[in-house]
Ligand binder design. Structure first.
Ligand code: NAD
Length: 359
């Protein structure tokens, strides 16, 4: 029987609560689908600072590197807000992404039918169904380029540099095309090639890679137009492929279309494919310890892990179907509306398990 080793970083705030539910769902799914999962817990963020003095202990990096994949809750909280920058919980997050060489960020933005009313967009704009995957380059571009300050004729100035190499574009483009092959077979590459030289190289490189994927329909869009199209006609998109800075902005915009922060999963992938999976929301210190957090984003992160890192698409589909199913019956307070049964974090996890058991 296939066995997977998962590094688990529960983190801070609601992290332990939501990860607990995700593990419950993963264990049951494994049992149903005929594989086993072993967990190796490690510290990241505020809890790591409290225990070891640093947000990312070496032991955590070693455990994640040894694992088939990593599941993360969330880090941070007011307790650590006054610490110097290099000792902040967020530093641990950036550190683990760097240590694992994660260069691709996958951010799905989808609307579960029962939550359609939670979207800020009108139903006629959303259209039939909405399932977008934003693929953002994570370790290059302007966030990592040369920057500096200078003084020109007594006037202060500053600059940041957007630079991409062909291998950097090549590897992220292949992630997008591979994903498209498992989805709607469409890639929209977003850039600013009418102005930026780095975008022109991006476009040339993506065009070359596309030749290896004849089944995938490739289109191009300028980033300003994409920002408009996401709220004008979002269902035209399948996979959106873009650079670090454009992806930072567009993935947040796309995710808001779904209307609920407690529903949104994400993945970060590197060369090894093992990946780091986490909800997009933070540690929600305002509701931590009350058993009212929505665990579905973390549960859906596990579904992504099964599909993209562990090669268990059937188990992944099972979880996604179970989540869609429970939303017609129960709701945690953040997505509660009249007519549904209001449930706690653990009851939501139980409800997902009940659906999976019944499959
Ligand atoms: P947040 O996402 O934690 O919370 C924003 C709001 O959404 C809060 O009202 C919270 O209660 C609610 N919310 C978030 N997740 C929820 C869930 N699963 N169920 C129900 N409600 C949920 O963002 P914030 O308040 O800006 O940040 C809180 C802390 O989290 C900060 O320390 C921040 O640095 C950290 N943070 C961590 C990550 C991460 O670990 N990836 C991401 C963002 C913020």
């Amino acid at each position: 029987m296939k066995n997977y080793r998962i590094a688990v970083l529960k983190g801070d705030g609601i992290g332990p609560e939501i990860v607990g539910e995700a593990i419950k769902v993963l264990d049951l799914t494994a049992e149903k689908c005929g594989f086993t999962v072993e967990y190796d817990e490690a510290l990241l963020g505020g809890c790591a600072i409290d225990a070891t003095g640093v947000p990312l202990p070496d032991e955590t990096v070693a455990k994640c590197k040894a694992a088939d994949s990593t599941l993360l809750g969330a880090v941070g909280g007011p307790k650590w807000d006054t610490l110097p920058g290099h000792l902040r919980p967020e530093k641990g997050l950036l550190g683990i992404r760097a240590a694992l060489g994660l260069f691709a960020n996958l951010r799905p933005a989808r609307i579960f039918e029962p939550l359609r009313d939670a979207s800020p967009l009108r139903a006629d704009i959303i259209g039939g169904s909405l399932d977008i995957m934003v693929v953002r380059e994570l370790t290059g571009g302007i966030y990592f380029g040369e920057r500096g300050r200078l003084e020109e004729n007594g006037v202060k100035a500053a600059y940041d540099t957007e630079k991409y190499s062909v291998p950097e574009i090549d590897r992220i483009a292949r992630i997008a095309f591979d994903l498209a092959m498992k989805r709607g077979k469409k890639v929209c590459s977003v850039d600013k090639a009418n102005v930026l030289e780095s975008s022109r190289l991006w476009r040339e490189t993506v065009t070359e890679i596309a030749k290896d994927y004849p089944e995938v329909e490739l289109s191009y869009m300028y980033v300003d137009n994409c920002a408009m199209q996401l709220v004008r006609n979002p269902s035209q998109f399948d996979v959106v492929l873009t650079s670090n800075i454009f992806g930072d902005i567009l993935s947040d915009e796309a995710s808001m279309i779904s209307g609920s922060i407690g529903m949104l999963a994400s993945a970060s992938l590197g060369a090894t494919g093992s990946g780091l999976y986490e909800p997009i929301h933070g540690s929600a210190p305002d509701i931590a310890g009350q058993n009212i957090a929505n665990p579905l984003a973390t549960i859906l992160s596990v579904a992504m892990m099964l599909k993209y890192s562990l090669g268990q698409p059937q188990a992944s589909d099972m979880i996604e179907k179970a989540v869609a199913g429970v939303l017609t019956e129960v709701r945690t307070p953040d997505i509660y509306v009249e007519g549904f049964r209001k449930v706690s974090c653990t009851e939501m996890g139980d409800a997902v398990c009940d659906k999976i058991r019944a499959m």
